[in-house]
Design a protein around this ligand. Structure first.
Ligand code: HAM
Length: 414
């Protein structure tokens, strides 16, 4: 029996890879414009890094990590997200010593042992960006504006930006206590998971999709009502800067993130077009993470988008470049002639295709059509003898007769 890929691990086939490149190139363009530089970190880290940053009581650490013991008896984990590894590198290489304000972006595969479905996979890809060293809400607003700019750049009006603030170690404990008190009164209505997480991660109940939990948490206290003055002012600043720059957003006080490192601003770009996988990109502020990982007390904020989800939103549109010219040939001598011309045109950046194996003219023309070639030229004995051919514009059948010289072909195709 043939060996297949692992469940939840996908091949990105040529028909899709153009869309992926379109997404990646737009992200690089927009992020670099905003002053971000790429950082490449390993896809595997010590397991402890993720336990300490993402949090022991999160779904990711509790049940979704690809962890194993390597031959040296070390517990290692395929990264379930990018922020922890990037911050580990930021601390390890003392990037903060030159300038605590670092703007970094990364892209690559992440791994979570989740139940695969449309938009949710076990190997998936993120493009993420992080800014360190800025407490001011200006950094939050720039990160959000950059994300919105990225979606505009790739031609999507969806998804919509939702923001929230989760407070800080000063004010969150009081909110947590109030929420636990509220949930304890309704514990019988909660699902088993939410009951189990009641004392370790009560906020998850706000995000639970089980109908009983949705009903039970309907009147739950809002995190925004218990923010301390500092967090409240910070959140007002984020909203003010978004309004100043005309960025539309809505506030979602029930937004819960699946990672423990967040403080203050959190956000998601959500869509209704992907069923239950509504978050296309998500992130937030993590002012305590760098010190928690053994670095200096430097704040941070960032996001990651799921490339598969962005690609799904882009739909079937092809982003591959069709050939500029297809040369159909009638015999082996003509094939050699066409091959030489193709070689010269390729040096000039012209995308040319031809038949390699002496197929019939009919089948060559079918291929030219299938590839979506802009122009087609049939090269037979007389064309080789005269050095001239007819170049047919496939869109409307318009024809130009010209010499098969690089300069003339370039002119036709321009
Ligand atoms: P996250 O919300 O866990 O945040 O993931 C970010 C995005 O990755 C999600 O919104 C979704 O688009 C995509 N994603 C997550 N899991 C899957 C999956 N199993 N299959 C397909 N796509 C998925 C983080 O990872 C944080 N590190 C984001 C961040 C950066 N926060 C601050 N900086």
């Amino acid at each position: 029996m043939a060996i297949t890929a692992i469940k939840g691990f996908n091949d990105i086939l040529p028909a899709e890879s153009g869309r992926w490149q379109h997404i990646e190139q737009a992200a690089r363009r927009v992020f670099e414009l905003n002053g971000f530089s790429e950082i490449r970190v390993p896809i595997m880290e010590k397991t402890d890094l993720f336990c300490r940053s993402i949090g022991d009581a999160t779904d990711i650490v509790e049940k979704e990590m690809y962890s194993f013991v390597d031959k040296g008896e070390n517990s290692v984990t395929l990264r379930p997200e990018g922020t922890a590894g990037v911050m580990r590198a930021f601390i390890e290489h003392k990037l903060y010593a030159q300038d605590p304000v670092a703007k970094l972006y990364y892209l690559g595969p992440m791994f979570r042992y989740e139940r695969p479905q449309k938009g949710r996979y076990r190997q998936f890809h993120q493009i993420g960006a992080e800014i360190t060293g800025v407490h001011d809400p200006l950094a939050d607003a720039q990160v959000l504006n950059m994300l919105v700019q990225f979606f505009r750049e790739i031609g999507l009006d969806e998804p919509q930006l939702q923001v929230n603030s989760l407070g800080c170690p000063e004010c969150r404990p009081a909110y947590r206590a109030a929420l636990i008190e509220f949930l304890e009164k309704r514990v019988d209505a909660l699902c088993e998971d939410c009951r189990r997480r009641l004392s370790t991660n009560p906020l998850r109940a706000l995000d639970c999709k089980v109908p009983g939990c949705i009903e039970a948490t309907a009147g739950a206290p809002s995190v925004l009502d218990s923010l301390c003055t500092g967090c409240d002012e910070h959140f007002s600043g984020v909203k003010r800067y978004l309004e100043l720059t005309g960025t539309s957003y809505s506030i979602n006080p029930r937004m819960v993130r699946g990672l423990d490192y967040y403080t203050r601003t959190t956000f998601e770009m959500v869509t209704t077009l992907l069923g239950s996988q509504s978050a296309v990109a998500a992130g937030g502020r993590y002012d305590g993470l760098i010190s928690q990982l053994g670095g200096p007390a430097i704040p941070g904020i960032g996001f990651a988008m799921g490339v598969e989800r962005v690609a799904l939103l882009l739909g079937e549109k092809a982003f591959t470049r069709p050939p500029d010219l297809f040369m159909a040939t009638l015999g082996s001598g003509e094939r050699a002639f066409a091959f030489n011309l193709m070689h010269k045109l390729l040096q000039k950046g012209i995308r040319v295709e031809m038949d390699y194996e002496g197929k019939s003219l009919k089948s060559q023309m079918r291929r030219a059509d299938k590839l979506g070639a802009r122009y087609c030229a049939v090269i037979g004995e007389s064309e080789v003898a005269s050095g001239r051919a007819v170049f047919k514009r496939m869109a409307d059948g318009g024809q130009v007769e010209a010499a098969m010289e690089v300069s003339e072909v370039l002119e036709i195709l321009s």
